[in-house]
Design a protein around this ligand. Structure first.
Ligand code: NAP
Length: 252
């Protein structure tokens, strides 16, 4: 797919990886549908997309809310003249151990902690993927969906909820590659390692230091390095059903 003037929707693009990918794709000439919760953050992304020489529209939408997602993708198609790509990037963390028993006290991951992550990181990807595919099918121009998974999809300490969701979105990309090929829609996933964004800035410095020491590349990744992977997956018409790992060689 040539990215010039193509409409690419990116969820969670009010900051972090989503914003970096928006700016990266804008430099390739893509028009960006910015989907997120915080209008102010989205306006900043829009300004950066415009500074990169392209255009963007903002759509306030909770990706876990079916009615909002349906309305948003319809609006993107109508206002931006179609939809050619979706990056399912919005995600949250609610880390905790499944269960911790110490000195006679038992602490558990709550159902609310589990459900919050599943709602945004798994159900949100399902809903946005489904609605994006419908819009792509309507215009019959094909398209490409990228799910942002994580190195944690292999299973990570303290991340029962997050790991389960990230394994799920990787599996969904493979499923969609099989189901949607007949509509000329490709689907892939990117599994980033540790990338310097607002999400990882919230981690304890000693935990980050320990993680970096174990990364063969010796450092965290940059959002631009994830942007490069997204451009490659969108542009290469023979890439489908694959999970690209961008993690500096780290294995959990
Ligand atoms: P981030 O800085 O926290 O950005 C996530 C964005 O998603 C925020 O703008 C957030 O909005 C938005 N969002 C959250 N819930 C939403 C919802 N229900 N509907 C719409 N938007 C919502 O995170 P990031 O580090 O850029 O991560 C982006 C993606 O990459 C996530 O899926 C994450 O799991 C994945 N990932 C990140 C890393 C890493 O090292 N950073 C590694 C592997 C995978 P608000 O801030 O307004 O809530």
């Amino acid at each position: 797919m040539k990215l010039q003037n193509k409409v690419i929707a990116i969820t969670g693009s009010g900051q972090g990886l989503g914003r970096a990918m928006a700016v990266h794709l804008a430099k390739e000439g893509a028009q960006i549908a910015i989907i997120d919760l915080n209008q102010e953050h989205m306006e900043e992304t829009r300004a950066q997309v415009e500074a990169a020489g392209s255009q963007a529209s903002v759509f306030v939408c909770n990706v876990a809310d079916e009615a909002q997602v349906e309305a948003t993708f319809q609006a993107i198609s109508e206002q931006m003249g179609g939809l050619h790509g979706l990056i399912n990037n919005a995600g949250i963390l609610r880390d905790g151990l499944l269960i911790k028993a110490k000195d006679g006290e038992v602490k558990k991951m709550s159902l609310a902690q589990w459900q919050a992550v599943i709602d945004v990181n798994l159900t949100g990807v399902f809903l946005c993927g489904r609605e994006a595919a419908e819009q792509m099918i309507k215009t019959n121009e094909g398209g490409c969906i990228i799910n942002i998974s994580s190195i944690a999809r292999a299973g990570n300490f303290g991340q029962t909820n997050y790991s389960a969701a990230k394994a799920g979105v990787a599996a969904m990309a493979v499923t969609w590659a099989k189901e949607l090929a007949r509509y000329k829609i490709r689907a892939n996933a990117i599994a980033p390692g540790f990338i310097a964004t607002e999400m990882t800035a919230g981690m304890k410095p000693e935990a980050l230091e320990k993680i970096c020491a174990g990364i063969p590349a010796g450092r965290m990744g940059t959002p631009d390095e994830i942007g490069d992977a997204a451009v490659f997956l969108l542009a290469n018409d023979y890439m489908s059903g694959r999970i690209i790992e961008v993690d500096g060689g780290l294995r959990l």
